[in-house]
Design a protein around this ligand. Structure first.
Ligand SMILES: Cc1cc2nc3c(=O)[nH]c(=O)nc-3n(C[C@H](O)[C@H](O)[C@H](O)COP(=O)(O)O)c2cc1C
Length: 316
């Protein structure tokens, strides 16, 4: 009998639905037992966020200043064969409850020496968060064998509007008479995530405990958007810089900090509306010079599961 722990934190239930879809085929396999566990912040994060609290959370998120959490439902002595760690991305970092989980001795004990599959459900910017996750897992002594990412399938300009609206006001849309579709990952994509559960269920029972080979190659586990590689690096640097300044000003409740957050929001908006399109044009112009570098980065970020959909195409 192989033991699988599925652990996560989800605010709206979207990530929970993804993990349930993956878990379905595992639960049907008599050679596998599945345990669901939750990361429960001791001070909950209310949803929807409201404007100020949403943006005021970014300094603590990028500096990984996470409050305590309870781990509900995992057996500390469970000695699981596989841990499926689901997480969402907050400001290009793993969400604060996820960071808090990774900080706990109990969380680290659950992961140490185990094979781990990360499952991300976010808007579309996850590369930098997963870089941090890879580091954290390596430091803990866990083995990352696969990474699955589900994102909003609409155009990124549309989700750039609809996701914050959903988070801040709790309204998923659609907006502007349907011109901007509903925020979130599509029901179809969530249902199709069961293919990952099927692949794990087929391989896990006979898999050597120390194997590092991915189980989810050829299933379209991730899709890399080249345009976001550089944007994420720039945005992460900006978050770190402004985050440092804001944390130096004071705690999230400090009125001066709140005012500076307002300024930063305006700065960010101006940047996105002016510098980002300009950079896109420059990138296009120098594309022949950067092609090899981008291809290498593309392959790096797609690892370990890769982008290939070969097995899906065979089945089609
Ligand atoms: C504070 C905050 C910051 C977020 N930042 C990002 C981000 O940087 N990149 C991204 O793709 N999605 C981002 N999202 C969207 C989340 O990753 C996720 O899709 C959403 O919170 C729904 O997840 P849930 O399962 O917890 O409800 C953010 C959400 C919140 C609440």
């Amino acid at each position: 009998m192989k033991k699988v722990l599925i652990i996560h934190y989800s605010q709206t239930g979207q990530l929970t639905d993804i993990l349930k879809s993956i878990a379905g085929p595992l639960e049907k396999n008599p050679e596998i037992s599945v345990t669901f566990a939750n990361i429960a912040p001791k001070t909950p994060f209310p949803f929807p966020w409201g404007f100020w609290r949403f943006f005021n959370t970014f300094p603590e998120t990028v500096y990984e200043d996470a409050g305590p959490v309870d781990i509900v439902g995992a057996d500390p002595a469970g000695d699981y064969d596989l841990v499926i760690l689901g997480y969402t991305v907050w400001f290009l970092s793993p969400s604060l409850p996820t960071t808090a989980f990774l900080n706990t001795a109990e969380g680290q004990a659950l992961l140490k020496g185990k094979q781990v599959i990360t499952v991300i459900g976010c808007r579309n910017m996850w590369l930098q968060a997963q870089e941090r996750m890879k580091q954290r897992l390596a430091d803990i002594g866990a083995r990352l064998t696969d990474n699955v990412v589900l994102i909003d399938s609409v155009h990124s300009a549309a989700s750039f509007y609809s996701t914050p609206m959903w988070m801040v006001f709790g309204n998923k849309g659609p907006y502007f008479g349907g011109k901007i579709p509903e925020a979130g990952i599509s029901k179809d994509d969530i249902a199709r995530a069961s293919r990952f559960g099927e692949a794990i269920a087929a391989q896990l029972p006979d898999r050597p405990a120390q194997s590092t080979a991915p189980m989810l190659a050829g299933l379209g586990a991730v899709k890399i958007n080249d345009k976001l590689i550089a944007s994420e690096k720039v945005a992460k640097r900006s978050f770190m810089l402004w985050g440092k300044l804001l944390r130096a000003i004071g705690k999230p409740s400090n009125p001066i900090r709140v005012a500076v957050i307002g300024l930063y929001f305006l700065f960010l908006l101006t940047l996105i509306l002016t510098v980002v399109p300009l950079l896109a044009i420059i990138k296009k112009l120098i594309e022949p010079l950067t092609r090899a570098k981008i291809a290498a980065e593309h392959a790096y970020f797609a690892a370990p599961s890769g982008e290939s959909r070969a097995q899906l195409d065979q089945g089609a």
